[in-house]
Design a protein around this ligand. Sequence first.
Ligand code: NAD
Ligand SMILES: O=C(O)C(=O)C[C@@H](O)[C@H](O)[C@H](O)COP(=O)(O)O
Ligand code: ZN
Length: 368
Amino acid sequence: MSTVPVALAGRGYDVRVGSGLLADIAAQCGPLLRKPAVPIVTDAHVAPLWQDAIDASLAAAGKRARWLVLPAGEATKDWAHLEEVCDFLLAEGVDRGDHILALGGGVIGDLTGFATSVLKRGCGFVQLPTSLLAQVDSSVGGKTAINTRAGKNLIGAFHQPALVLADIGALATLPPRELRAGYAEVVKYGLIDDPAFFAWCEANGAALLAGDEDLRAEAVRRSVEAKARVVAADERETTGTRALLNLGHTFGHALEAECGYDGTLLHGEAVAMGMVLAARYSVRRGEMAGQDAERIAAHFRAMDMRAELPQLNLSCDGRTLANHMLHDKKMDAGTLPFLLMRGIGQAWLAKDVALDDVARFLDEQLAR
Ligand SMILES: NC(=O)c1ccc[n+]([C@@H]2O[C@H](COP(=O)([O-])OP(=O)(O)OC[C@H]3O[C@@H](n4cnc5c(N)ncnc54)[C@H](O)[C@@H]3O)[C@@H](O)[C@H]2O)c1
Ligand SMILES: O=C(O)C(=O)C[C@@H](O)[C@H](O)[C@H](O)COP(=O)(O)O
Ligand SMILES: [Zn+2]
């Protein structure tokens, strides 16, 4: 097992990466679980996989799990399910010093994290990420949120977990499409500032996706180390450093909003396509070599992932997609800071991007 600390003054915590962590949940959480009853929020895919092992570990420690099982999928990150989680936690008599367990992918982590940020003005929670995406990204760093009709993550809070347990063994049951979606956020760390890690992905991505647990553990550890460094430097995305983690997301969130949150386009799939678009837009501005951008698209294609906009069969134009970007949380007094690339591993935040130009670029990409 490896442990990655997230160094935040007064709110620091560990991310443990290893196998067997979930079946050992009571010991792993230790004193964070203060009461005999332990509220756990999860989804309908994950519950049958882990309920027995977690119940057994808690029972051996004299505790009893209290489960809330929500529908699986992005549509659960909404107002109605936020209300359901809050009502459940209130009915369970949760106090501010308690820790709620969030077991599942990024949807359960973001939703439960947000509920715990507002419950009694803030109680504790532990992230138990079971998808690759949640292990490498969403469980770390304290961004919590729900979606609204206007777009992704528009209602939320920064609320750090007290502990993250990334059990690599959990990934064995993850469907291949979900693995690939999570893999996009792994590749992101290479594209931001670590060209050697991108090359590692090119060399090892296929074996990782095929099931190699050592490679999965290495990818999770290296991703979490990268994210922890950024979060420690700029927890609340105020200096521009944390915005780097948004590479591919301005395009990606616009694609997700256009597709709806019905599973047509998964978050990680949108981010993969968004990073290809950010790279090609950087080329169009004369700031990145075309061969670098095509190397990124080629890697996603080689991993059996969609990299081209026409593969989404959208019926909208570039302007419609660009209009979704007006809801981007980086929007600042009428301008949208945009994550672009000068090369692989050289992401930067541009402040001179005009959405009219982005709309024209998207029309070109839609017609490719
Ligand atoms: N907070 C952040 O910093 C951050 C970062 C990245 C993404 N996100 C958010 O995370 C969400 C996407 O997360 P996700 O990709 O994990 O989606 P998800 O939570 O929907 O999980 C993906 C699917 O895999 C299933 N699943 C999860 N673990 C499984 C397992 N071990 N075995 C079998 N099935 C399993 C889930 O039930 C679901 O159907 C998006 O809402 C995105 O906006 C947040
Ligand atoms: O942790 C961050 O910061 C990120 O941007 C990570 C992203 O992968 C994640 O999708 C995040 O939820 C997007 O944040 P948002 O502020 O654009 O909603
Ligand atoms: Zn993301």
